[in-house]
Ligand binder design. Sequence first.
Ligand code: PLP
Length: 381
Amino acid sequence: MKMETRLVRAGLGTDPATGAVSTPIHPSATFAHPGLGRTTGFDYSRTANPTRSVLERALADLEGGAAGFAFASGMAALTTVLLLLQGGDHLVVSDDLYGGTYRVLEEVLRRHGLEASYVDTCDTGAVEAALTPRTRMLLVESPTNPLLKVADLPALAGLARSRGVWLAVDNTFLTPYFQRPLDLGAHLAIHSATKYLGGHNDLLAGCVVAGDQDLADRLAQVHNSVGAVLDPQTSWLLVRSLKTLAVRLERQARSALEVARALAEHPGVARVYYPGLPDHPGQALLARQATGFGAMVSFRLRSADRLDAFLERLGLVTFAESLGGVESLVTVPSRQTHCDIPPDVRARMGVTDDLVRLSVGLEAPDDLIEDLDQALDGGSP
Ligand SMILES: *Cc1c(COP(=O)(O)O)cnc(C)c1O
């Protein structure tokens, strides 16, 4: 079955007793044992919960992996993946990445002996040069956040597999609807499900899909041991949200292209970063390894001095941290999502105060363009 069909059918037929079309929510902490040494398959909800299992099976199917795991947040998912490593291990990480990933590596896991090198993972040669005998994992975002650079995932997978290290891809920006990292050779696909998978700015969740059974077993052990698991109510809401992922993403990506084109023509904009535009250096590569360009658009104002006025004048687009929902949001990465990255590192990356990140939602693109245009036009708010 095609992806659209699989998405809509997520959770269908999981309650044969009643025939319920919507997946039942099982808010049970524990489950009665039929007898000594016997189980219904569910013992205690941290280990497995029936509603979460429906979601986890759907996620594994969508990413084409051996098993899926649902977490209380994207950071819980990422941290659990990082706990597959041990003190003394080294990992190579995208330099242009979600600020929270940088923070957990530098402010939490470094004191437990994990050492990360930040590299432009869109340059496979630079990644290879950064490998050391202690490297155990490549952790890659593609397209990157916020500059939407594109990494050659099949090449990175080939490198990882030849060196015996795991390739973990944060697939939050494209979702399995547009990009399937495991098909491209990655070992792990990770999501902040708070974003497109949830899609309505109304839940916090994360997930990981393991490409093979060995990784699935390792993840199951850490997932259950650490316990940052997703609750049954949110698991249900996420199953419900997956059903519309295809239509949301198709429409959001189409609008993003329109908005990106309009921004590129506005005199108040110095540069637009959208991988679906022909002048984007990653366009051809992304077209080979994904089926869509996503709905994230970053752009540079002509002058950072205009930032306050621009944000103040926005009427329709909400100035708020997050992305991937039906409501369009703008973020200033240097001040918000990436503020824990040291200023000199940010400056080197190009994450400066003139950079705005836009998550294009489901509003009519003409309305979005009109709002952005008038906010860029300046004048007094
Ligand atoms: C938001 C985000 C995260 C963190 O997810 P939370 O659900 O906020 O914990 C990780 N990676 C990327 C790319 C994100 O956008």
